[in-house]
Ligand binder design. Structure first.
Ligand code: CTP
Ligand code: C5P
Length: 339
């Protein structure tokens, strides 16, 4: 076009409360329909009015959406009903949403204006994950946690479907996940870029359960220590061993996608050993191992970071954020009557 290449700007909007890989997958598909992805996120007041109180504050929700690698710009406080004026204001050709209907408190389709104007495109919603489903997992976790002795296995028996699970992805709790992970999805989420020979490689490991703002701030700090960030994710049984009760809430495959959607992450190790060994560090050419300021548990009486510490390749960073998966569960319990 005469050297004036017009980039197609694509608009998405939503609450993005408890951002999960389903949201990320819709943004990934939206981005593929154009060149730049602009995401409008609603205020707490708007969400309160149409849907009930959000679990995360507007500031937290904006940050989480900014952390997703397919997002180019975030518009804070976007209106609940998408108007042509909004699309024009941000120079977006069309609006993209998943194939589910979103209604206002008055029962109006929030996309009726852009649909009528032919400026609406649909992408496939990710089956098996939603904020409602995650909240359900957490409420159930708590109820069983408080009321029963051997809750872990009772829950699995009542609610699990064995679909899509392998022996490593199965934890006492996440037996209830209905999401079907495929290699295709992992490929779509992955960068697929190996490190360059000059890259300084940083390695972090953890549960990264219910990927949240604390994790995001931590990964940003970790990434600042090098060029290529590898995240090792522990298996469900390992996470359960050190977090207890019915953790993790998301199974290994779900956690892989959540972490891969983060813009700071270059690569993920699916089922990383708890102890960071010399073998692991040599294999991935790790220059620095990083952990946040949260406590580290010993494995069989020894520090999992003993080796990197010995060779002077370990450091702690302060994420500046005290969010934890447990805190999210707490917020939900406090809100539970309103859900
Ligand atoms: N979305 C999706 N797959 C899911 C959940 C959400 O593709 N499993 C998409 C929605 O279709 C929408 C975008 O994510 O295009 C933002 O949706 P938002 O308003 O934040 O959330 P909900 O649709 O209410 O999602 P949830 O049920 O998880 O709250
Ligand atoms: O608890 P989990 O294993 O998911 O934590 C993964 C990493 O994120 C750890 O290094 C932990 O210290 C860090 N983290 C953090 N700030 C938070 C939550 C986690 O630095 N608020």
């Amino acid at each position: 076009q005469n050297g004036h290449k017009k980039y197609t700007r694509v608009w998405c909007d939503g609450c993005y409360d408890m951002v999960h890989f389903g949201h990320a997958n819709s943004l990934r598909q939206a981005k593929a329909l154009g060149d730049r992805l602009i995401v409008g996120v609603h205020t707490d007041e708007e969400i309160m009015k149409h849907k009930g109180p959000p679990v995360f504050t507007a500031a937290e929700r904006y940050k989480m959406v900014r952390g997703i690698k397919w997002v180019d710009e975030v518009v804070e406080g976007a209106p609940y009903v998408t108007s042509l004026e909004t699309l024009d204001k941000y120079d977006c050709e069309f609006c993209v949403h998943g194939d589910d209907i979103t209604l206002t408190a008055d029962g109006v389709d929030t996309y009726h204006l852009v649909k009528d104007a032919g400026r609406y495109r649909e992408v496939q919603r990710t089956a098996g994950v939603s904020t409602t489903d995650l909240v359900g997992r957490m409420l159930l976790l708590t109820r069983n946690h408080f009321k029963q002795g051997q809750y872990e296995y009772d829950v699995a028996k009542e609610h699990s479907s064995t679909m899509g699970q392998d022996s490593f992805a199965r934890s006492p709790w996440t037996g209830c996940s209905q999401f079907l992970p495929t290699t295709q999805k992992i490929i779509q989420f992955s960068d697929g870029k190996p490190p360059k020979s000059s890259d300084r490689i940083v390695y972090v490991a953890g549960a990264f359960d219910l990927f949240h703002v604390g994790h995001l701030d931590f990964l940003e700090k970790a990434k600042q220590q090098g060029d290529y960030l590898i995240v090792g994710l522990h298996t469900d049984p390992v996470v359960n061993k050190y977090k207890g009760t019915n953790y993790p809430i998301m199974n290994l495959h779900e956690r892989v996608l959540s972490v891969l959607a983060c813009k700071y992450v270059s690569e993920v190790v699916i089922g990383a050993p708890y102890t960071v060994t010399k073998d692991l560090m040599d294999h991935f050419n790790v220059d620095m191992v990083v952990h946040g300021e949260t406590p580290v548990m010993d494995e069989n009486g020894s520090d999992p970071y003993q080796y990197p510490k010995k060779v002077g390749k370990f450091m702690t960073v302060n994420s500046g954020n005290d969010m934890t998966t447990e805190k999210i569960v707490d917020r939900i319990i406090r809100n539970r009557l309103e859900f």
